[in-house]
Design a protein around this ligand. Structure first.
Ligand code: PEP
Ligand code: MN
Length: 339
């Protein structure tokens, strides 16, 4: 249930409402927007008397929320959420580009790519240390050593890092070292992992599962938020369809659709969506035009010899060209690029 208070309601009045609902056993989320205050009530609200609340002089409107997602719901938080990742803002008009290789391969590789993408305007460095691979015989990532190299590159280039967490075992290490914790497509519904990430203080990049609906996806974000971590960024990375000409199919409609359902920022991964370097630019441009709050792009200095996903990696110079086009397009969509 959502209770919208009239503009100008005093803080002490808001507090009285909060106490009253908490005494009824409900959790209360308070969102102060321009000119109004929204109280989001979570828990069993069947015993809450709507008419009685409506009669209160400070109340503007009361709405029952039918959807199973609450904290993620735009009804609970009418304005766009802005997630701060190590000083970089994502959402609410702030656009962030994350770039780097699929996986960390060596100190030289990650540090040089970091400096190059940074000089082209990327705000965050990506790079997998733990890789979810289809085959157990494929390169599994450098693990903890890869994470250490990523941190060195972070220092060298002066940019925050995003990397995938696959196991609750590494939550503590990620809490200390990583700026944005990526939950990959294959783990989007790993509920035990989501619960653990919900206890972390670091923001989370939640990728859409390979074949998951919008509702399933944001219910996973709800798991993280329900655990107390409200800093979630969603990432559309293409879904499975009957088409085999591309690795996945970028669901461009997900951007405006998710924005109607939720206040959380949404970024797009054109690399895993298309699966080919030649598709990265058009898909990235489509995502920006559709209102995405950022992009996560695979960039490699030697794509032919990349240990993972080389066919979809673009080079630093291609990335530089793309950044210029993205910058021009964000001027139309009214977003500011974060660096
Ligand atoms: C990745 O970002 O390297 C990755 C494995 O992505 P996804 O989980 O979307 O497949
Ligand atoms: Mn990859």
């Amino acid at each position: 249930m959502v209770v919208i208070l009239k503009p100008g309601t005093k803080p002490e009045v808001i507090q009285t409402f909060v106490c009253k609902f908490e005494q009824m056993g409900l959790e209360v989320g308070v969102t102060k927007g321009v000119g109004c205050c929204v109280l989001g009530l979570i828990g069993d609200t069947s015993h809450v008397n709507e008419t009685e609340i409506m009669l209160n002089e400070h109340v503007d409107r009361v709405m029952r929320v039918q959807e199973p997602y609450k904290k993620v719901n735009r009804k609970f938080h009418p304005e766009d959420s802005v997630v701060n990742v190590g000083g970089i803002r994502v959402g609410g008009g702030h656009f962030a580009v994350m770039a780097g290789p699929c996986s960390v391969e060596s100190r030289e590789q990650i540090t040089s790519i970091a400096k190059e993408v940074q000089s082209c305007g990327a705000a965050l460095l990506r790079g997998g240390a733990f890789k979810p691979r289809t085959s157990p015989y494929s390169f599994q990532g450098m693990g903890v050593e890869g994470l250490e190299l990523l941190m060195e590159a972070k220092e060298a280039a002066g940019m925050p890092i995003v990397t995938e967490l696959m196991s609750p075992y590494y939550c503590e290490l990620f809490e200390e070292t990583v700026d944005l914790v990526q939950i990959g497509a294959r783990n989007m519904q790993n509920f035990e992992l989501l619960k653990e990430v919900g206890k972390m203080s670091k923001p989370v990049l939640l990728k859409r599962g390979l074949a998951n609906t919008y509702e399933e996806w944001i219910m996973s974000a709800e798991y993280i938020m329900a655990g107390g971590n409200e800093n979630v960024i969603l990432c559309e990375r293409g879904i499975r369809t009957f088409e085999t000409g591309t690795r996945n199919t970028l669901d461009v409609a997900a951007i405006p659709a998710i924005k109607r359902m939720s206040h959380l920022p949404i970024v797009v991964d054109p690399s895993h969506s298309g699966g080919y370097a030649w598709l990265v630019e058009p898909l990235a441009m489509a995502a920006v035009a559709a209102g995405a709050d950022g992009l996560i792009i695979e960039v490699h200095n030697d794509p032919k010899h990349a240990k993972c996903d080389g066919q979809q990696c673009i080079t630093p110079s291609q990335f530089g060209g793309l950044m210029q086009k993205i910058t021009a397009l964000t001027q139309i969509t009214g977003k500011t690029i974060e660096t």
